[in-house]
Design a protein around this ligand. Structure first.
Ligand code: B12
Length: 221
C-alpha cells in the first residue's frame, strides 16, 4: 500500500463507520510509517467532513454521526502514542485551558487539539464539553494559563465564545491570556468581532499559534 492509500483507507473507515476495522487500519498506517499528523488531518478528518456532508444531505442520520464519532476516537487511540512527546527541550510546562463551550457536545476536534498541545509540552487542562463560561473563568483564575482554547461546532453555540471573553473581561483576566477559537462555524471575522486573539484554521495551525505565543511569553521573562 502506498502512503496515500493508507490515508484513503483511514478516510473510508470513518465514512463506512468501520468500528471493527479502524484499529487495524490505523495500526497498518503507523506500521507503514505514515506521519501520525497526516493520518489525522489528511485521513480521518476528511472522512468526518464527508460524514457531515452526508448528514446534511439526509443520507446519514444522527446514529451515523454517533458511530462515526466513536470510530474517530478509536482511531485516535491507536495514533496518539505515535505523536511522541515533543522535542524534550521545552520543560516549561506552560498551561493551556481548553473547553468545548456550553450547550455543545462535539469534542473530537477539541481532543485533537488537547493531544497536540500536550505533544508540544503544554500542561493541558481539558475541561471537556458543555462547559459554562463561569467555569472557564474559574479555571483561568486558578491556573493562570498562557492560552484559553474554545471549541464550538454549532452556529448556535458559537455565540457562547463571546460570553466567555466577556466573562474574562469582567473578572479582570482577559489581558492575562490569549484566546484561540476553533471549530467549523468559526471565522476570523467572528473571532475579531468578539475580541478573540486568533481563529484556528485547523488543529495544527492553531497549536502552532499557541507555540508562538509561548515563545513570546518566555522571551519576556
Ligand atoms: C461527529 C458529529 C456529531 C457527534 C459528536 C460526537 C463527539 N463526541 O464529538 C454527535 C452525534 C454527538 C453530534 C450531535 C449533533 N450534531 Co453534529 N456533527 C458531527 C460531525 C459529523 C463531525 C464533527 C467532527 O468531529 N469533525 C472532526 C473534527 C476533527 O473536526 P472539527 O471538530 O471541526 O475540529 C477540527 C478544527 O475545527 C479544529 N478545532 C476544533 N475545535 C478547536 C478548538 C481549538 C482551540 C483549536 C485551536 C482548533 C479547533 O481542530 C480540528 C482538527 O483540525 C459534524 C460535521 C462536520 N463536518 O463538522 C456534525 C455537525 C457539527 N453537527 C451538526 C448538528 C446539527 C448536530 C446536532 C444538532 C444534531 C441533532 N439534530 O441533534 C447535534 C448537537 C448536539 C450538541 N448539542 O452539541 C451540524 C452543525 C450545523 C451548524 N452549523 O450548526 C454539523 C455541521 C453537521 C451538518 N452538516 O449538519 N454531532
Amino acid at each position: 500500500m502506498t502512503y496515500s492509500t493508507h490515508l484513503q483507507a483511514l478516510r473510508e473507515a470513518i465514512l463506512d463507520m468501520d468500528l471493527q476495522g479502524i484499529a487495524d487500519v490505523a495500526r497498518a498506517a503507523m506500521d507503514a510509517g505514515v506521519d501520525p499528523r497526516d493520518a489525522i488531518t489528511e485521513g480521518m478528518v476528511p472522512g468526518m467532513v464527508e460524514v457531515g456532508r452526508k448528514f446534511e444531505e439526509g443520507e446519514y442520520f444522527l446514529s451515523e454521526l454517533v458511530v462515526a464519532g466513536e470510530v474517530m476516537k478509536d482511531g485516535m487511540a491507536v495514533i496518539e502514542p505515535y505523536l511522541g512527546t515533543g522535542t524534550g527541550e521545552e520543560q516549561v510546562k506552560a498551561k493551556a485551558v481548553i473547553a468545548t463551550v456550553e450547550g455543545d457536545y462535539h469534542d473530537i476536534g477539541k481532543n485533537i487539539v488537547v493531544t497536540l498541545l500536550g505533544v508540544q509540552g503544554f500542561d493541558v487542562i481539558d475541561m471537556g464539553m458543555d462547559v459554562p463560561a463561569a467555569s472557564i473563568v474559574e479555571e483561568v483564575r486558578t491556573h493562570h494559563p498562557v492560552v484559553v482554547g474554545l471549541s464550538a461546532l454549532l452556529s448556535t453555540t458559537m455565540a457562547r465564545m463571546g460570553e466567555v471573553i466577556e466573562a474574562l473581561k469582567i473578572a479582570g483576566l482577559r489581558d492575562e491570556v490569549k484566546v484561540i477559537l476553533g471549530g467549523t462555524p468559526v471565522t476570523p471575522a467572528y473571532a475579531d468581532s468578539i475580541g478573540a486573539d486568533h481563529c484556528a484554521l485547523n488543529a495544527i495551525e492553531g497549536v502552532h499559534k499557541c507555540v508562538q505565543w509561548l515563545g513570546a511569553v518566555q522571551e519576556d521573562r
